[in-house]
Structures are given as structure tokens and as C-alpha cells.
Design a binder for this molecule. Structure first.
Ligand code: SAM
Length: 239
């Protein structure tokens, strides 16, 4: 499997991705603002509007990291479990939740590829900017399908393929040249941001990823590109 520019064994990829997020955890939220010019907030708002979590619904926010998606869903009354493979990211999230006085969330260290939950537990499964870091994506999608109830929905927010012609070059320049520099300047960590950019470039195009979601068993799949495909929301239903 690929880790940035390198080919590595699957276990090694999982280990290195762990290293990346442990390294960026403390600066993760500041970096998101710095790199996206605050736009990640709008993408996350739009994502949660699409998920439409209802009061009392059980939602699994997978790869939930420091809680950005979970906080938005909890504000709508959903019962959210924030699950992530990286305890350092979860710890930052737990502190943020305490600082903001948000309670009612549960936090759980989980690998998306093998969840500890029984079948049919959740009304919705969300994963934002997480799936491309997972080593075995088809397996994680099958796990998402397994833990959803019938009638449950899957929503994924991820960087995708910019399709606006002139913008593509600008975006490539920004992501390959500037993002690692911002990473170095703000977080003192150039390598992690090189990996993050390369993992975006290697992620399958929208139609292909939608096909993977269907293969995992989801029906009525959809893709909604945002900003010319810079980011996309994929969704599907377990029926
Ligand atoms: N969802 C949050 C957000 O939108 O701000 C965090 C996104 S962060 C870019 C990606 C997260 O995916 C990291 O917290 C990382 O630990 C997590 N992750 C990577 N591989 C994972 C796996 N196999 N299972 C669960 N989480 C994983």
C-alpha cells in the first residue's frame, strides 16, 4: 500500500499514519484554519446539514479526531460516539469538549477496519477527512455498513479531484509547494503535511469511490462535489 510517495506493508502504513496524527494532534485545529483559510468550517457545516442528525439518533463519527463533526452533530441533539484510531487526537478533542462545556459525547479508540460494535447499532455513520488515511478502505466501508441499522445512512466528507481547469494547477501548486511550508512554519512538521497532500492526490476520483461504497453494500449512493470537486460529500443508505 502507499504511504505518501512510498510503498509500504499495510501494518507499516497504519503505524506511520498513527505517527502523523500523533505529531500534528496538538496543532491540528490551528493548521486546518491556516491551510484552508477557515473554509474547512464551512465544508463541515454543509456536511452536517446533509447528514441532518436528529435528536436522540445514534451516530458514529468515525476518524472523528478532535471532534469538529461530532460537536456540530451533538449541537443538534444527536448521541454521538467519536471514534478514532489515535488516542492523541481524541485527547485533544476531549479537552476541547470540556473547554466548551459540550457533554453527552462518548470517545472511543477504534480502528475503522475492525469496529468493536455489534451489527446494526447506529442510525448514521460519518467520516470526515478520515477515509483516505485508512489502510484497507473497502474493509472500513464494509464495517460501516455492518454497524448501521437498516435505514441507516453513510456520509463521507473528503478531499477529491478538482475539476475546474484553471484551478487545478493553482491547487497543485498550493498543495505541493505551500502546504508543506505552512506545516513547517506553523506546526514545525513538514513531512506530515507532505504525506497529507500526497494522500489526497492518490485518493480515488469521485465516481470510483462511489463505486467502492456501492460494492460495500450501500444503495442510493450519491456524490456532491463542493468547490469544483476540491472536496466531496459521498453518501449511501443501508436498506
Ligand atoms: N474528522 C476530523 C476532522 O474532520 O477534523 C479528523 C480528521 S483527521 C484529518 C483524520 C483522522 O483519521 C485522524 O484523527 C486519524 O487518527 C484518523 N484515522 C486514520 N486511520 C484511521 C483508522 N484506520 N481508523 C480510525 N481512524 C483513523
Amino acid at each position: 500500500v502507499s504511504f505518501g510517495y512510498e510503498d509500504v506493508a499495510p501494518d507499516e502504513k497504519t503505524r506511520r499514519v498513527g505517527g502523523v496524527f500523533s505529531s500534528v494532534a496538538a496543532k491540528y485545529d490551528i493548521m486546518n484554519d491556516a491551510m484552508s483559510g477557515g473554509m474547512h468550517r464551512l465544508w463541515k457545516d454543509q456536511f452536517v446539514r446533509r447528514v441532518k442528525p436528529q435528536p436522540g439518533e445514534a451516530v458514529l463519527d468515525m476518524a472523528g479526531g478532535t471532534g469538529d463533526i461530532a460537536f456540530r452533530m451533538a449541537a443538534r441533539g444527536a448521541e454521538v460516539v467519536v471514534a478514532d484510531i489515535n488516542q492523541d487526537m481524541l485527547d485533544v478533542g476531549i479537552e476541547r469538549a470540556m473547554a466548551r462545556g459540550i457533554d453527552g459525547l462518548s470517545w472511543s479508540c477504534q480502528n475503522a477496519e475492525r469496529l468493536s460494535y455489534p451489527d446494526r447499532q447506529f442510525d448514521a455513520y460519518t467520516i470526515a477527512f478520515g477515509i483516505r488515511n485508512v489502510t484497507d478502505i473497502p474493509r472500513a466501508l464494509r464495517e460501516a455498513h455492518r454497524v448501521l441499522k437498516y435505514g441507516g445512512r453513510f456520509f463521507c466528507l473528503e478531499f477529491s479531484t478538482m475539476t475546474f481547469p484553471g484551478m487545478k494547477e493553482a491547487y497543485d501548486f498550493y498543495s505541493h509547494k505551500l502546504v508543506p511550508r505552512i506545516g513547517k512554519a506553523v506546526a514545525g512538521d513538514e513531512e506530515s503535511y507532505r504525506y497529507l497532500v500526497e494522500s489526497i492526490r492518490r485518493f480515488p476520483p469521485m465516481a470510483e469511490f462511489e463505486g467502492m461504497i456501492r460494492t460495500a453494500g450501500f444503495a442510493r449512493t450519491r456524490v456532491e462535489p463542493i468547490m469544483g470537486g476540491l472536496v466531496a460529500i459521498h453518501s449511501g443508505w443501508k436498506i
